[in-house]
Ligand binder design. Structure first.
Ligand code: ADP
Length: 325
């Protein structure tokens, strides 16, 4: 109902009387009035005049299903959206929905997370109204050991989507942080539920600092697209562009689960490569030169004693020698 009234007002772009809308949609004028109130509460600027009716003046920068799904060009990803203004963690909600049988491509979005999660039990700051906090439920028919590669596919799609929408110079810090001017603007947390040979579901949790203006002092390497680009960006456009790019890359990946088809693009965008980095594993730190990405998604490194290794992302964090990247 809400979507229909909104679509009508967006299409008409002029004052429409309650009677006109109720006639068009086949519901009572009282129902229209209630729906208008709900839309106004979501942030839509709708002028109402007893004589002329209702007119949509402005669309807010929000991430409700109606805004995200409008003109969304995917077949599966994001076609079902579960949205709440506040959640503890979108990954937790997505896991709950996946356990109840939610389909592949179901997207969970919150305007604010009260207990957002990062990798290795870390927390993710997720204030309201300015970020994208979302989790995608996937059910690929691939072996569980390949699941971590999907994070890299998602990271690349995210990097390319942000580049396209904002025009900013965006890079990937292996395995999947998106970085602008050496600062972290997005993080991805992938969680999986699987049997020996089969994946029940994968949750790809994504946090994007879109229009956040200040960060806590404990996060000196965090930034937002707005702080780096100097302008406000549409949150729903970023979600749509990401879903469209990721759907293509994900389908290619499922038909042949190796990173071969995207490796060149990933390496081109990866700012971790061809320099010395610090590898942090539990409390141990080692310096290594990063030489490439394997088709399995590992980071190939060469240590100072000339020995070589392909390290997997599971338990490792990478930092630059003098800062975050
Ligand atoms: P890593 O950098 O090791 O890959 P994660 O991707 O799991 O770690 O991110 C978690 C870390 O990111 C937290 O420990 C915190 O330092 C930082 N962080 C938390 N919230 C944000 C945020 N909104 N933006 C950028 N960095 C954040």
């Amino acid at each position: 109902m809400k979507d229909k009234v909104l679509a009508f007002l967006k299409k008409e772009k002029k004052y429409c009387s309650g009677e006109e809308i109720s006639h068009e949609l086949g519901v009572t004028r009282a129902a229209i009035w209630k729906t208008i109130k709900k839309l106004q509460a979501e942030g839509y600027e709708i002028q109402s005049s007893t004589k002329k009716g209702y007119k949509l003046l402005g669309t807010p920068n929000i991430v409700t299903p109606s805004e995200v799904k409008e003109h969304l060009q995917t077949k599966v990803l994001g076609q079902t959206i579960y949205y709440e203004t506040e959640m503890d963690s979108t990954n937790n909600k997505a896991k709950e929905l996946a356990r109840q049988g939610a389909q592949e491509g179901t997207l969970v979005i919150a305007d604010k997370q009260t207990n957002g999660k990062g990798r290795l039990g870390r927390s993710w700051t997720s204030p309201e109204g300015a970020g994208i906090w979302m989790s995608l439920i996937l059910r690929p028919h691939i072996l569980p050991q390949y699941a971590s590669q999907i994070t890299l596919v998602a990271g690349l799609s995210l990097c390319e989507a942000i580049q396209e929408v904002t025009g900013l110079e965006v890079g990937i810090k292996w395995p999947n942080d998106v970085v602008v001017n050496g600062k972290k603007v997005c993080g991805i947390l992938t969680e999986m539920n699987a049997e020996m040979e089969e994946i029940n579901y994968i949750i790809v949790g994504i946090g994007i600092n879109v229009n956040i203006m200040t960060f806590p002092v404990e996060l000196p390497y965090a930034s937002s697209l707005r702080l780096e680009g100097g302008e406000e960006y549409s949150r729903s456009s970023i979600i749509q562009t990401f879903l469209e790019k990721f759907e293509v890359a994900y389908n290619t990946y499922k038909s042949n689960p190796t990173l071969e088809s995207i490796r060149e693009r990933y390496e081109k965008n990866c700012i971790t490569l061809y320099k010395k980095v610090k590898l942090i594993k539990k409390n141990e730190e080692v310096i290594a030169y990063a030489t490439g990405i394997t088709n399995e998604g590992a980071l190939s490194v060469c240590y100072e004693d000339d020995s070589k290794e392909d390290v997997l992302s599971g338990e490792i964090s990478v930092r630059g020698l003098y800062g975050y990247v």
